[in-house]
Write a protein that binds this ligand. Structure first.
Ligand SMILES: Cc1cc2nc3c(=O)[nH]c(=O)nc-3n(C[C@H](O)[C@H](O)[C@H](O)COP(=O)(O)OP(=O)(O)OC[C@H]3O[C@@H](n4cnc5c(N)ncnc54)[C@H](O)[C@@H]3O)c2cc1C
Length: 398
C-alpha cells in the first residue's frame, strides 16, 4: 500500500491552493480564523463561488454536476480549504439530501431540487432526531398519514441545526405504525413555510442559537414529496448517513486550529515568558500534534485502500472518534493558553460584521465559545459511544 500522493495528486493540490488564494474572500477567511459567526450570506457567497468553478457538488456523479474526483482528491480539497480558512460547507443540501434524491428520487424531484441546491437557492435542514429517538433513530414517532394526495404530518423533530435559516427540511416520518420499527418509516421533503410548522430555538451551552426544535401540527405535504417508496425510508436514511459520516475526522480543520493554537501560545505570556516556551504546555501541544499526525496517517491508509473503489467500513468510526477527540482537545488547550482571558468577551465580538475594539485580543473572543460549542462533535453524526459499539462489533467481533 502506497500512502504517498502521486505527482498528479500533488499537481491537483497546487491547483486547489491557487484557486483558493485567488477566490476565497478574505473577509470570510478572517471570520473563520477568528472564530466569528458566519452569516447565512457568507455561506451562500462561498458556495456560489465554488459552484461557478464546478467544485461545489464534489460528492455528486459527474452527470449531475459533480466533479468526478477520487476520494484522495476530495481529501486534498478538504485539507486545502481548511488550511486557507474556507468555511466548512453546510452539508444538509449538497452532501446529504442531494445524494438521496439522486439515488432514490423521481425525475421531477431531481429536475426541481438539484439545480436549486447547486445555485444555493434552498437552505435545507435535517429532520431525523426526535426527543427519545437519537441514537435509537428507528424509534421515531412523527406520523405521516395519507389524506388523499397529501400526507398529514404531526410530531416533533429536535436538534435541527440551522433550521432557523432553512426553507426546506428532509424528514423521517412514520407511515406505518403497525410495522416493525425500521419498516414503517418514509423519507419526506417538506417546505418550511407550510402552515402548521413552528421552529423554536434551543440555546446551547455556548449561548449560541445553532439548533432548534421543529413542531409539525397537521402539516399537509404533497405525496409527490415522498422520496423512494412509502415505508422504505430507512434505506434512504442509512444511505444518507454514510454521506454524513464521510470526512468526519476533520483533519484539515484540526490542522488549522492547531496552527492557530500555536499562534495564541506564542502571543500569550506567563511571567514574561511566551506560553509556548513552558515545557509542560509545549509537551501538551506536541502530544496533540502527534495524535493528529497518527489520524492523518490512518486516513491516508484508508484512502489508499479505497483508491480503487473500495468503501471504508468500521474505520470511519475510528476516525470519527479520534478526530472529534483531538479537535475538542485543541479547543481545551486554546482556552488554557489564554488563561483567565479566555472567559470574558463582548457578545458583538462574535458577530460577522464586528469592527470595534475587542475586549482583549482579536483572537480572545472565540476560544471559550468554541470549547463549549465543539462538545457537540462527540455527540452528533452518531455519538462516539455508538461508534465504539460499531468497532466492538465489526472489528473486535465482540
Ligand atoms: C449540536 C447538535 C446538532 C445536531 N444537529 C442535528 C440535525 O441537524 N438533525 C438531526 O436530525 N439531528 C441532529 N442532532 C442530533 C444528534 O444526531 C443526536 O443528538 C445523537 O444522535 C444522539 O442522540 P440523543 O441526543 O437522543 O442521545 P441519546 O441517543 O439519548 O444518547 C444519550 C447518551 O447515551 C449514549 N448511548 C445511547 N445509546 C447507546 C448504546 N446503544 N450504547 C452505548 N451508549 C449509548 C449516547 O452515546 C449518549 O452519550 C444534533 C445534535 C447536536 C448535539
Amino acid at each position: 500500500m502506497d500512502i504517498h500522493f502521486t505527482p498528479e495528486e500533488l499537481t491537483f493540490r497546487s491547483e486547489v491552493r491557487a484557486f483558493l488564494e485567488q477566490n476565497l474572500p478574505t473577509d470570510i477567511a478572517e471570520k473563520v480564523r477568528l472564530g466569528r459567526r458566519l452569516a447565512k450570506e457568507d455561506h451562500q457567497r462561498w458556495q456560489r463561488i465554488l459552484n461557478q468553478k464546478g467544485w461545489y457538488a464534489v460528492n455528486w456523479p459527474e452527470e449531475y454536476g459533480g466533479t468526478g474526483w477520487s476520494v484522495v482528491q476530495k481529501h486534498i480539497f478538504d485539507e486545502e480549504c481548511a488550511a486557507a480558512g474556507a468555511p466548512r460547507l453546510v452539508a444538509f443540501g449538497v452532501n446529504m439530501v442531494a445524494p438521496v434524491i439522486i439515488k432514490f428520487g423521481t425525475q421531477a424531484q431531481k429536475d426541481f431540487y438539484l439545480p436549486r441546491i447547486l445555485r444555493s437557492e434552498d437552505w435545507w435542514c435535517q429532520g431525523y432526531s426526535e426527543p427519545g429517538a437519537g441514537s435509537d433513530l428507528a424509534s421515531l414517532k412523527t406520523r405521516a398519514e395519507r389524506d388523499g394526495d397529501h400526507y398529514l404530518v404531526n410530531g416533533q423533530k429536535t436538534w435541527t441545526t440551522l433550521g432557523q435559516h432553512a426553507n426546506r427540511i428532509f424528514c423521517l416520518v412514520r407511515t406505518d405504525p403497525s410495522a416493525k420499527k425500521q419498516e414503517g418509516i418514509s423519507f419526506l421533503l417538506i417546505d418550511m413555510d407550510t402552515p402548521g410548522i413552528t421552529v423554536r430555538p434551543i440555546i446551547t451551552l455556548d449561548g449560541e442559537h445553532e439548533v432548534n426544535e421543529v413542531f409539525f401540527d397537521n402539516v399537509r405535504v404533497p405525496v409527490e414529496n415522498l422520496v423512494g417508496e412509502e415505508n422504505k425510508g430507512w434505506t434512504c436514511a442509512k444511505y444518507l448517513l454514510t454521506h454524513e459520516r464521510t470526512g468526519q475526522a476533520g483533519i484539515g480543520q484540526s490542522k488549522a486550529a492547531l496552527a492557530h493554537l500555536k499562534q495564541i501560545a506564542r502571543a500569550e505570556t506567563v511571567a514574561g515568558q511566551p506560553r509556548i516556551d513552558d515545557p509542560l504546555f509545549r509537551a501538551r501541544i506536541a502530544e496533540l500534534e502527534m495524535r493528529l499526525m497518527a489520524v492523518e496517517m490512518s486516513t491516508l491508509r484508508i484512502l489508499a485502500a479505497t483508491r480503487d473503489g473500495g468503501v471504508p467500513g468500521a474505520e470511519s468510526s475510528l476516525l470519527k472518534i479520534q478526530g472529534s477527540e483531538i479537535r475538542q482537545a485543541i479547543t481545551d488547550l486554546m482556552r488554557k493558553a489564554l488563561g483567565p482571558n479566555a472567559l470574558p468577551f463582548l457578545e458583538p465580538e462574535l458577530e460577522p460584521d464586528f469592527h470595534g475594539e475587542p475586549l482583549y485580543q482579536d483572537y480572545g473572543a472565540s476560544p471559550a465559545s468554541q470549547y463549549f460549542n465543539l462538545r457537540k462533535l462527540s455527540i452528533y453524526g452518531g455519538s462516539n459511544e455508538i461508534q465504539k459499539n460499531i468497532i466492538a462489533k465489526l472489528v473486535l467481533e465482540l
